[in-house]
Design a protein around this ligand. Structure first.
Ligand SMILES: [Fe+2]
Ligand SMILES: [Fe+2]
Length: 299
């Protein structure tokens, strides 16, 4: 597989129309440790197949709720493209969950129940009879999506530029996360623009980021622990997992915590922050044009 190209200087591809792409993946016969010899990196990234379907469908539901309230046609068009992309991401990770993780002996029911409760109950729309309260609740969710989409863009940029293929990672999974990551980079402005359209408030941005970073850090820790306990092929204690995670991050197989939760969080908090600063649209679009799964869908 060709390594994605990183341009020395951003080549402006012009206005990008956000649109869903057809893809076809074959997840049969992929070993659980799809980065050979790296169970922690394999499981931490594999964890996304459990968490992402419910998360992305919650985003789609929230955007479908917000869309009729948007009077800006360009923003509404971006939202429709964004909804289409996130729906396909959710479907593909659900396929990977069944055809790769469950097929490899991972039983994720307890975690799926908790994730489902979070997105369908805790983060459900308000049913208040007060329209102002309902609107505030929608704005809170849109800002939370914007803060979380900051991290999906950062992770997307990581997926496009990491060292997976140098360590023999399975090409179908490399492509799954690179295709998804590239679309996250491509649509990285949308959630920020939507949240700003509904409530242009720095305080809302701060509050959403505080919640997002706490939630993500906690989820990474508990999810990794849960999945490594479920992994029938390894028996690792907490310290061993931390040590291997640190080692895999040093090799470029996982993002470093200090970059993900430190540097990138600080960047987002700067008042003049723009999602454009995260990743390269040119690189993302170039990868999407050559993604094996996107090409396979057109055969
Ligand atoms: Fe996504
Ligand atoms: Fe996204």
């Amino acid at each position: 597989m060709l390594r994605p190209q990183r341009f020395a200087h951003e080549v402006d591809p012009g206005p990008v129309q956000i649109q869903p792409r057809k893809v076809h993946f074959d997840f049969a016969d992929i070993p659980l440790h799809w980065i050979p010899g790296h169970p922690v990196a394999s499981d931490v990234v594999g964890l996304l197949n459990i968490a992402l379907p419910a998360f992305e469908r919650w985003i789609v539901a929230t955007y479908n709720e917000a869309l009729p309230l948007v009077g800006d046609p360009k923003l509404a068009e971006d939202m429709r493209g964004f909804i289409g992309q996130e729906s396909i991401h959710a479907d593909m990770h659900e396929q990977a969950l069944h055809n790769f993780m469950e097929a490899n002996g991972i039983e994720p029911r307890k975690m799926l129940r908790q994730i489902d409760y979070l997105f369908s109950k805790v983060l459900a729309p308000s049913h208040s009879t007060n329209p102002k309260r309902r609107r505030n609740n929608l704005c809170d969710r849109l800002w939370l999506i914007a803060a979380l989409e900051h991290y999906t863009a950062v992770l997307g940029d990581f997926a496009l530029n990491n060292a997976w293929e140098d360590h023999g990672a399975h090409p179908a999974f490399v492509d799954l996360f690179r295709w998804h990551g590239a679309e996250e980079v491509e649509h990285r402005n949308v959630a920020h623009d939507v949240a700003t359209y509904f409530s242009d408030s720095y305080l809302d941005r701060l509050g959403a980021m505080a919640l997002a970073v706490t939630f993500l850090f906690g989820s990474f820790q508990t999810g990794t622990r849960y999945l490594l306990k479920k992994d029938p092929q390894v028996d690792l204690g907490w310290w061993q997992v931390q040590r291997l995670r640190w080692h895999d991050a040093k090799l470029g197989l996982l993002p470093k915590y200090r970059t993900l939760f430190g540097k990138n969080t600080v960047a987002y908090l700067r008042p003049g922050f723009s999602p454009d600063e995260m990743g390269s649209t040119a690189q993302a679009v170039a990868y999407l044009a050559s993604s094996p799964a996107a090409r396979a869908a057109h055969l």
